[in-house]
Write a protein of this length. Sequence first.
Length: 359
Amino acid sequence: MLKAYKYRLYPTEQQKDYFANCFGCARFIYNQMLSEKIDHYKETKQMLQNTPAQYKKEFPFLKEVDSLALANAQQNLERAYKNFFRDKSVGFPKFKSKHKSKASYTTNNQGGNIRLEDGKIKLPKIGFVKLKQHRTFEGVIKSCTISMNKSGKYFVSILVKSEEGKMEFTKRKIGIDLGLSDFAITTNDLGEVKKHENPKHLYKAEKRLKKAQRSLSRKQKGGKNRNKARLQVAKKHEKISNQRKDFLHKLTKKITDENQVIVIETLSSKNLMKNRKLAKSIGDAGWHEFVRQLEYKAEQKGRTIIKADRFYPSSQMCSACGHRDGKKPLHIRQWECPHCGEHLDRDINASKNLLALAK
Ligand SMILES: [Zn+2]
């Protein structure tokens, strides 16, 4: 499946000039070819087959830009022109105007000539351009469209072919309990228990962020230092949010790769409350994002997600014998089942009880 990811670009002045050239040439070749198609049609009632290469001699500036930008302009034109041939009542395709049409061009990935590398995107003909990648993706880059909006901001929309097609069926099932000290605790049907820790660097970064926020609140309003501090806080905030997403992407990919049926708890205000009070890291935003990612990845891969009923007593029931002995305050991390004597770890026990819903 194809998916588009849009990011802000920060080109240098030189790169802006190059983009302006590409926008201009893509528009120019579109109009030039359209105009000849129209003339040809008026004379012969036939469709003219023309290509950008034919125009490079007469208009040598076309050689300065990415030839794929021209090829894509041609493809857009062919699509629009074929529509006209199918239904003449729609009229000829419109010419592109410098002021009214979107300033953009599209180029394709051929053998890795487009790729992302630490905060930059490599584009054909001009090399690396700075970008702000607020979220990551998995898959192969097919093409990119570079555009500039009315206020002069640049963007790239990257079309990615996701490798995550429907995956092979597996018998594995997993129960996931969203934890307090750990991010999540999972148990699968082979009895394998895993604790997925909150990444330590994330915890440290969040501590630093809190410090920076405190320092910001002490700075005088309107002062120079306050602005500087505000910028620092925003930067830290963004970095943490990227790191958190990265952690969640890896975890949700692994879980949906390996399991056919995935059971999770339903996020309720009640368990979000316990999170707010006790979880040191990641925050409830992390839980929502985790569930969101699990759901769409499961859908892509043909996996099933079961959400336990909000009142399912996953932490009150003994996973060994099913005995229920009422609510357990949060500080009770482990206990012995009064009925069968099984030693129970709160989070592992809950993940086992969730897994039971998959059977
Ligand atoms: Zn028991």
